[in-house]
Design a protein around this ligand. Structure first.
Ligand code: GLU
Length: 302
């Protein structure tokens, strides 16, 4: 891993207002970046127009500001970075690490949606592009919260989509290209993406890019360590009482109460939080069994 100065990021998809789960990821990644004396960048992941909600990015940025989570540098928008993704894809195609795939979803259904080789059938005018995942491709990494992780990418996900058959960029490719282009050293995000990380590390290696450090934060525990219902976790966060909301998220991150002076305002809270945060207190309940939306989407549009 790199000795480069710490650079963290928060990368919301503008699919709706900021909810408690994403604000928890924003808070955790912000505090860790500030604790390390590093930078914290915001990237709007708006590469999926059908899922993008008009005005959501603006609302998310306003919410971050209301919670005192100031970012460094300009906000980056993935919708404006197609050239970077295309260059990466061209490289992978030219080196034989990626291939055009004409398989439809239905022909992959028998294999549980996992692509290992193309099934002979009609060519499509709009092939997807997939990364070729070698047999026995085991990827390991140490997550700062969840510990040692290992996945056989070939059997767990197979050859995965980089550009979808509808022409849209897959999350996995865009996130890897952008994390490297923005010099991100530390990815701190929700545990729903823990099982995407091996794919991202594999892609980094295929593209000759560095691998950042990873810390995945639990999304779904309430103050008593109970699983939060999906609908509660998806509720938009209210900016009416920002310190109370930050304090609630702080407890969900397993942190000890801050002194009363921290409750004076968001800046006081964040300053105290930056001093007090302990990564080793973050609970690491098993990550949700189901894959993140991105995975489901990539398969849908294969
Ligand atoms: N855009 C993704 C999301 O909103 C997060 C991507 C990431 O942090 O790697 O779930």
């Amino acid at each position: 891993m790199t000795d480069a100065p710490y650079r963290g990021r928060f990368a919301p998809s503008p699919t709706g207002p900021l909810h408690a789960g994403s604000l928890l990821a924003a808070l955790g990644s912000w505090v860790l970046a500030r604790q390390a004396g590093g930078e914290w960048h915001v990237r709007i992941e708006d590469i999926d127009p059908p899922r993008t909600v008009t005005g959501a990015a603006r609302a998310q940025l306003a919410a971050l500001a209301a919670f005192g989570l100031r970012h460094d540098g300009p906000v980056v928008r993935q919708s404006q970075r197609g050239g970077l993704y295309q260059a990466a894809l061209d490289h992978l195609l030219a080196s034989g690490q990626a291939f055009e795939c004409h398989c439809s979803r239905s022909v992959l259904a028998d294999a549980g949606g996992i692509h290992r080789r193309c099934v002979r059938h009609q060519r499509r005018p709009d092939p997807a592009v997939r990364l070729r995942v070698p047999d026995g491709c085991g990827i390991a990494f140490d997550d700062a919260v969840f510990g040692h992780q290992h996945q056989y990418v070939d059997t767990a996900v197979g050859d995965f989509v980089l550009r979808r058959s509808d022409g849209l960029w897959a999350y996995q490719l865009a996130v890897v290209v952008d994390d490297a282009a923005q010099g991100i050293t530390d990815v701190v995000r929700g545990a729903d993406l823990l099982d995407s990380t091996p794919r991202q590390i594999l892609l980094q290696r295929a593209l000759g890019l560095p691998t950042p450090r990873y810390a995945h934060l639990p999304l779904v525990l309430d103050a008593d360590g109970r699983k939060l219902s999906k609908s509660d976790a998806a509720l938009p966060v209210s900016t009416a009482a920002p310190v109370a909301t930050l304090a609630m998220l702080w407890r969900r991150l397993g942190q000890e109460n801050l002194p009363p002076s921290a409750l004076a305002g968001v800046d006081a809270f964040l300053q105290a939080a930056t001093q007090a945060f302990r990564l080793d207190r973050v609970p690491h309940a098993p990550p949700p069994a189901s894959s993140a939306m991105h995975n489901a989407n990539a398969t849908q549009h294969a």
